[in-house]
Unconditional design. Sequence first.
Length: 223
Amino acid sequence: MAEFLLIRHAVNDWVKTGRLAGWTPGIHLNADGRAQAAALGERLAKSPLGAIYSSPLERTMETAAAIASHHPDLAVQPVDDLGEVRFGDWQGKKLGKLRHEKLWQTVQVYPSRARFPDGETFRQAQMRAVDVLESLVGRHANQRVAVVSHSDIIKLVVAHYLGMHLDFFQRIEISPASITALWLGADRPTVARVNDTSHLSSLPHLAPHRSAPRWSWRILGRR
């Protein structure tokens, strides 16, 4: 059995733009994000890790680097298939404008049917990330592995291992710098922990609050 810690990257200034980030280059952690990442690194400092994998995007690599700073024997290993959903032509566009697209309603209600123009489907994003984890189980038997990725990717992975229909994956909450734990390789997969942000308690202004506005699809009506 291997334990995977699925970690969402810390916060950045892009969320304030109201745009769909996707694979947009040059999105770095801001000061608050660096504080979150530092707290995350401290949380995992004494946790034995067999490896650290990350989406190759800057915001995830910087979050992973904060973890790796406490594990000098480990180098962060970037993996493309852990990267954000490929939104194609929607990438970088204002969410307020995208809501007027015909595809928007499909994305909101039946995401399993949505394909982003010149991009991918949520199912494709889900399965590439799941395939990465499945390929790592044998390599990291009896180890704990950190995997730094993105909100939608982590939600999609959790939905897969819970046996949830893809149309419901946005009902899962994944906050910045949170930890979600999976146990794979036993008789059945186990989702052991979801959206753990207890390490952010010393940063009350950065800890998630249910009433706080969020950048996500739901800020414009998504479930």
